[in-house]
Design a protein around this ligand. Structure first.
Ligand code: PEP
Length: 253
């Protein structure tokens, strides 16, 4: 299956931003005509998932979460199980975002367990991978991404419920993005890693997102890179106009 047969995906990550009043942004997104061949997903903070679903109702806009626990339930104060997210109506969950890997000490093994838990609950697992600036400058990018893939994307995962997001840590929230050649190199290495793990045909169905300072003014060139099937968007997803412009750029790519 070629890239043309994968549905594109524009996913927004609101991080720890947003109050009930900000769901008006979703009304704007939901009422705009969403391109039929692009999946659009917003992952608001957990407090807003339920009301966000009400705002998105009747539209093609899907709602996801930013994290889940690796266990299905139990004595884990403050945590949220994947099955609880699914119960609300969420369809996807981000796991292994660098802000969780760095800020919460999440290891590849934990990210793998979370991805497994997400899929067991019927959620699409969006697994994030990415190198730090020091690792890129040391020439270690492909080795770092390869190791994160090996540890975070176990062969037991279902490729049909899997999305990978390449998010260089230094590009997140910084306004910096890698060169298009650097994005292409990592995405092609991830496609090869997927093929080695799941077989060529299942691997070809997995969407590969680029994430890190995607904005309306750079989206088109990023979406022109081979094996980029969409974006994971932080800051620009908070504003409906900016996110819509990114969705339109993806639709046109
Ligand atoms: C992110 O955190 O997933 C992200 C890509 O953020 P930003 O778009 O703000 O760089």
């Amino acid at each position: 299956m070629g890239a043309g047969m994968r549905r594109k995906l524009a996913a927004g990550n609101w991080k720890m931003n947003g109050l009930l009043a900000d769901l008006a942004q979703l009304d704007q997104l939901a009422k705009a005509p969403l391109p039929a061949h692009v999946d659009t997903l917003i992952c608001p903070p957990a407090t807003l998932i339920h009301p966000a679903l009400a705002h998105a109702k009747g539209s093609a806009l899907a709602i996801g979460a930013q994290d889940c626990h690796a266990q299905g339930g139990g004595a884990f104060t403050g945590d949220i199980a994947a099955v609880q997210l699914r119960d609300l109506g969420a369809s996807a969950v981000i796991v292994g975002h660098s802000e969780r890997r760095e800020g919460h000490g999440e290891t590849d093994a934990l990210v793998a367990a979370k991805a497994q838990a997400a899929q067991a609950a019927g959620l699409c697992a969006i697994v994030c991978l990415g190198e730090t600036l020091g690792q890129r400058q040391a020439g270690d990018t492909l080795a770092v991404i390869g190791a994160q893939f090996a540890g975070s994307v176990p062969a037991t995962l279902d490729p049909a419920l899997l999305v990978l997001a390449y998010e260089p840590v230094w590009a997140i929230g910084s306004g910096l993005i890698p060169t298009l050649a650097q994005i292409a190199e990592v995405h092609s290495s991830l496609r090869a890693a997927l093929a080695a793990r799941f077989g060529a045909a299942p691997a070809a169905t997995v969407r590969l997102l680029y994430g890190g300072s995607v904005k309306p003014d750079n989206a088109a060139e990023v979406f022109g890179v081979a094996d980029v099937d969409g974006a994971l968007v932080g800051g620009a997803s908070l504003n409906a106009q900016d996110f819509s412009a990114i969705v339109q750029a993806l639709a046109a790519a």
